[in-house]
Design a protein around this ligand. Structure first.
Ligand SMILES: Cc1cc2nc3c(=O)[nH]c(=O)nc-3n(C[C@H](O)[C@H](O)[C@H](O)COP(=O)(O)OP(=O)(O)OC[C@H]3O[C@@H](n4cnc5c(N)ncnc54)[C@H](O)[C@@H]3O)c2cc1C
Length: 384
């Protein structure tokens, strides 16, 4: 399972060493405490920032690492390698930062990106509402212009990094009469009066991740906090950035399959039954052969997607295929690995059990499997 991805080079190998040491030292020993606290230690962000592990693909002039998506990918893989799902860095660096890079004004970039890269600011993106998720055009939160300000009202739910966020990129209607063309993204600092966080939600997995409800009651932000040149661009901005978000999810799923393989192959060689290692049973060998094959096939596809994305050539239907297939396949692979662990596979302290519950959401967030299939099916050519 140690095949080198074709997009790796020496610079990325060096980064991998750094990221591996960080994940082994700062994350792996603390996963149980993250879960108990329903959040990572706040200073994990600062320590990562000091090492240059945040905003790896943000230009250096804004405090980032000046790398490509491959740099983000290395950290995502190393986080998965220690079995962690608590730290919301992929969303902070790989998603929110890129909305600012792509659409932010110079002032917005200067204000937020260096602090995001240092870990001083934790960022979140809030699209989903209690009444709507997949149907983004139906959001009800609004930001209405009042003089030099916007007044934001509404509620968001299931927001990753919600508890720790210092800044939230919020999807709102600046024109509530319109559907997609009424949507804008607005930057809301979480110290703005009227902003409130709900409880950290109790989830079946990703229990160390501070997923929250957020409330906005007459929150005033300067009109300059609108992301982009004019109102109504939010839906298009979201559609253009969602492919990278989906690629991040798909890559996390492939890395989780590889993690599950590694955990399970060592378990079945050490656990004995009927006087021999569990690996000695033909069923175990065949199951592990399936797991190794499925992880390898998924890796080939994701490596192709990453290479295309670095070249700017990854199209929306292909990334939808990756997100749908890798998330569904990972669930099946990890299910097999749980089975190979017997009763221990059902115990929360076993990483394979956590991988099982952590993975279920991958088919739901960043666009559900059904939405991915809808996107793919729309791209299928009609035979002449
Ligand atoms: C742990 C976690 C973290 C999250 N983090 C964030 C975050 O940081 N920011 C954020 O904004 N959101 C976040 N989400 C929300 C997530 O993106 C949504 O839950 C997801 O988009 C689905 O929306 P929904 O829950 O409203 O489901 P619904 O949209 O109500 O869907 C219910 C079911 O109907 C199906 N369905 C809906 N429309 C169609 C259609 N057209 N065709 C076929 N089937 C359809 C869906 O596929 C699903 O099976 C997070 C969710 C979770 C659980």
């Amino acid at each position: 399972m140690t095949r080198r991805s074709p997009w790796m080079d020496q610079d990325l190998e060096d980064l991998r060493d750094l990221a591996r040491t960080f994940c082994e030292k700062e994350i792996k020993p603390n996963i149980d405490s993250f879960i108990a606290n329903k959040q990572v230690d706040r200073d994990l962000w600062n320590r990562a920032g000091e090492l240059g592990l945040l905003c790896l693909s943000v230009p250096e002039e804004y405090g980032g690492g000046g790398g490509t998506f491959a740099h983000e990918a290395v950290l995502i893989e190393e986080q998965a390698r220690v079995g962690d799902s608590s730290w919301g860095a992929p969303l902070h660096s790989g998603i929110v930062a890129h909305y600012l890079v792509a659409y932010g004004t110079e002032e917005q970039k200067q204000e937020w990106l260096p602090k995001m890269a240092s870990g001083e600011v934790v960022a979140a993106v809030a699209m989903t509402e209690p009444g709507t998720g997949s149907d983004l055009q139906a959001i009800k939160s609004k930001a209405i212009r009042d003089g030099d300000d916007y007044v934001v009202n509404g509620a968001k739910t299931f927001i990753t990094n919600g508890l720790q966020a210092d800044m939230v990129l919020v999807a709102v209607k600046t024109n509530p009469e319109e559907k997609g063309s009424g949507i804008s993204l607005v930057i809301v600092p979480t110290d703005a009066p009227g902003f409130r966080r709900g409880r950290v939600l109790n989830k079946i997995g990703m229990k160390g991740q501070d997923t929250c409800e957020l409330f906005f009651d007459d929150v005033r932000v300067p009109a300059a906090n609108l992301l982009g040149a004019k109102e109504g661009e939010g839906f298009v901005q979201l559609m253009l950035q969602l492919p990278q978000e989906r690629l991040i999810v798909a890559l996390g799923c492939v890395a989780a399959m590889e993690f599950a393989y590694e955990e399970t192959i060592s378990y079945v060689h050490t656990r004995t039954a009927f006087g021999r290692p569990v690996f000695g049973f033909q069923n175990t060998k065949f199951t592990m052969a399936e797991v190794a094959t499925e992880a390898r096939v998924a890796r080939s596809f994701i490596d192709e997607c990453i290479e295309l994305h670095i070249k700017g050539e990854l199209d929306i239907p292909t990334v939808a295929m990756a997100k749908y297939w890798c998330s569904e396949r990972a669930m099946k692979v990890v299910d097999k690995c749980v089975q190979m662990h017997g009763g221990y596979g059902y115990m929360e302290e076993y990483p394979i059990a956590r991988a099982f519950t952590d993975l279920r959401v991958q088919q739901i967030y960043a666009g559900t499997t059904e939405i991915m299939k809808e996107i793919i099916s729309r791209s299928l050519p009609v035979p002449s």
